[in-house]
Design a protein around this ligand. Structure first.
Ligand SMILES: Cc1ncc(COP(=O)(O)O)c(C=O)c1O
Length: 365
């Protein structure tokens, strides 16, 4: 594997900072052969409730499962529609389709969020829910989204995969929508040793998720109450995430300080991320907009200088083979992001940020 002077991620240092608690937790896990369920999982669920302030949280084995089980519990009939941005990861759309629904794509605004002004024209009598994505770690204006959902009697779902720890008007992600889906995969704000996720909402929702994640089985009588999935979190990941949770706010604060430096230094050179008022950005991704179709050349230039960057979405989901037939029109803002936006290295242990800044300035001369 190619090594970079400035890599895009640094996951090892997160482990180092929590090593004692993780190592002890895993040693006990092995000693007790306690790999699934039980206290480790319920303790982690309680930690997530305490941290987010949500009424309840049910863990699952991935963010994808969080979304799939959420759409399953909506009980979609063929033709039922879910309004969603196309500027997201395929998992969000796959979950709608696999649960029997139809995605209806709405373009994004300058904050990379579903464009609130375009939602109502997309609502039909088949619409069941609006799913917004708190892309890159920043929430949209959830007051406006809630109003639209309530007015039209729709379920409001947050894909909070990027935004664990973020807030809107001081309320944590996990409490802003009817149902929130989290991912704790290795790279996320709160990252496990593999795949993990959770759903937050009222007890009724989380109890349904707890049933769906174990095949819809009733634990006491061996009864299957409904068709479900095998979607339990592995306890090793509950241990890792619970340990990292204690450090998370500190990591986010340090990351925000680095992003502030990027903002100041890169202002006027590239388009720095626009901040949504009332939204506390946790910068899962620090995404810059590159002027005049220069994104790909800048990425090559940075790579030559030992700096690893990323393009999250080379295509909008509405432009892909699997899902293109759900949307026959263009979504100009989404398509522009896929061509012009680049993610810079952004984590609390980032070294050589100056090099990244200097090389970007040098590129734009
Ligand atoms: C916006 C978004 N939603 C959902 C997911 C799926 O999460 P997971 O990888 O935990 O299944 C991802 C994964 O990166 C994502 O970026």
């Amino acid at each position: 594997m190619k090594s970079f002077k400035v890599p895009y991620w640094d996951l090892h240092s997160q482990y180092q900072e929590c090593k004692e608690e993780i190592d002890l937790g895993i040693a006990n896990l092995i000693k007790d052969s306690n790999y699934l369920g039980g206290d480790i999982n319920t303790n982690f669920e309680s930690s997530l409730v305490r941290y987010t302030g949500a009424p309840d949280v049910a863990t699952v084995n991935s963010g994808t499962s969080a979304l799939l089980l959420t759409y399953t519990l909506l009980g979609l009939d063929p033709g039922d529609e879910i309004i969603t941005p196309s500027l997201t990861f395929g998992a969000g759309i796959e979950a709608i389709v696999q649960a029997g629904g139809t995605p209806v794509f709405v373009d994004v605004d300058e904050y990379f969020h579903i464009d609130v002004a375009k939602i109502e024209e997309a609502i039909t009598d088949k619409t069941k829910a609006i799913c917004y994505v708190s892309l890159y770690g920043q929430t949209p204006d959830t007051d406006k989204l809630r109003k639209i959902a309530e007015k039209n009697n729709l379920c409001l779902i947050e894909d909070g995969a990027h935004a664990f720890g973020s807030t809107y008007k001081n309320k944590k992600v996990g409490t802003l929508a009817d149902i929130t889906c989290f991912s704790f995969n290795v790279q996320k704000n709160l990252g496990s040793f593999g795949d993990a996720g959770a759903v937050s909402g009222f007890h009724e929702v989380c109890d349904s998720i707890r049933s769906l994640r174990v095949h819809g089985r009733d634990g006491t009588k061996g009864e299957f109450n409904e068709p479900g999935y095998n979607a339990r979190i592995q306890n090793i990941n509950a241990i890792v995430c619970d340990a990292k949770l204690k450090k998370l706010d500190e990591w986010i604060d340090s990351k925000r300080a680095l992003c502030h430096i990027y903002d100041e230094e890169l202002h006027g050179v590239v388009q720095t991320p626009k901040k949504r008022i009332h939204s506390y950005h946790t910068y899962y991704v620090y995404a810059i907009g590159c002027p005049d179709n220069t994104r790909d050349d800048l990425q090559v230039y940075l790579e030559k200088n030992g700096i690893q960057t990323r393009v999250s979405w080379p295509l909008g989901i509405h432009m892909t083979e699997a899902y293109g037939h759900y949307c026959l029109e263009s979504l100009p803002q989404t398509e522009s992001v896929t061509k012009n936006v680049l993610n810079l290295p952004c984590y609390h242990t980032l070294q050589d940020q100056e090099l990244v800044i200097n090389k970007i300035k040098e590129f734009y001369g």
